[in-house]
Design a protein around this ligand. Structure first.
Ligand code: PTJ
Length: 251
């Protein structure tokens, strides 16, 4: 951390890497999480490392959907706990959502370490017990909590593998997915796809939720009904191709 010069043009990005390395040392992250982060960094670079309009639109609708849900759950993995523990807790408070730790590389010690980080950041209750099973899913992510993901109507997840997103959709749940890669299976199958970095997306959903909390359910339902996820994904792809075309002209 001290080795990164204060005026380094990519300081923010390098500091995030330091956070992840620290999380790896603290048994929160798996080494595979570093690889996943690298893929994300590449897409973020292409997106200009900013919340673009298609992500902002999806973040607003995500806030409305969490506020109107009966049993909304935020699913937390190692990468999320490493990058945005405070924001996860704040979002759960503002939208009255439960927090559940759900891991691809499930390991009881890691679950405890992640749960401890969330509690240190103010979480009152973190669901950790995998006492129910998602049908047709074979990874360790199939183990979920009965009061949490298993019975949720809306699940917010990030940096997720495609199998589980598909399985949750098959269970008739609404899935809000934060994923920098618009081509991933998770992005293509989610109900609301947020093509943005989790470090910007969650604070922006919190801001929208604080404003929309004052609206009545009819208004929230109206906002959701006007949303078209395919259009959002398609706009993100067009943005990437237009940006590269423009940059290639500017050389
Ligand atoms: O903690 P565990 O055991 O549950 O494991 C978590 C990982 C991330 C290792 C696991 O879910 C995994 O292998 O994920 P994938 O299939 O590599 O998918 C990760 C997706 O997240 C990729 O499409 C990345 O582009 C994207 N991504 C990476 N970093 C970010 C991101 N999206 C948003 N914000 C990021 N910071």
């Amino acid at each position: 951390r001290d080795m990164i010069p204060k005026n380094h043009p990519r300081r923010e990005s390098l500091l995030l890497r330091e956070k992840l390395v620290e999380a790896l040392e603290n048994n929160i992250l798996v080494p595979q999480g570093l690889i996943a982060h690298g893929r994300g960094e590449c897409f973020d670079y292409l997106l200009g490392e900013k919340t673009q309009y298609f992500a902002d639109d999806a973040e607003k609708v995500a806030a409305a959907m969490l506020l109107i849900a009966k049993n909304p759950v935020i699913s937390v993995n190692g990468n999320m706990a490493a990058l945005v523990p405070e924001s996860i807790v704040k979002l759960s408070e503002v939208t009255n959502s439960k927090i559940e730790v759900n891991l691809f590389y499930r390991d009881e010690k890691r679950i405890d370490a992640i749960s401890d980080v969330l509690i240190k950041n103010g979480a009152k209750n973190v669901l950790t017990e995998g006492n129910a099973v998602i049908p047709e899913l074979f990874s360790e992510r199939r183990r979920v909590n009965k009061e949490g993901i298993f019975s949720a109507d809306v699940v917010l997840l990030a940096m997720e593998d495609g199998d589980r997103t598909e399985a949750l959709i098959k269970m008739n749940k609404k899935v809000i997915a934060i994923d920098l890669n618009p081509l991933s299976r998770t992005s293509l199958t989610a109900t609301i796809t947020i093509i943005d970095n989790v470090i910007r997306a969650i604070p922006n959903i919190i801001n929208y939720a604080m404003v929309l909390k004052k609206e009545n359910p009819d208004e929230l339902n109206y906002i959701i009904s006007q949303y078209n996820n395919k259009k959002i994904i398609s706009e993100s792809m067009k943005f990437l191709s237009d940006r590269l075309a423009q940059l290639s002209k500017d050389l």
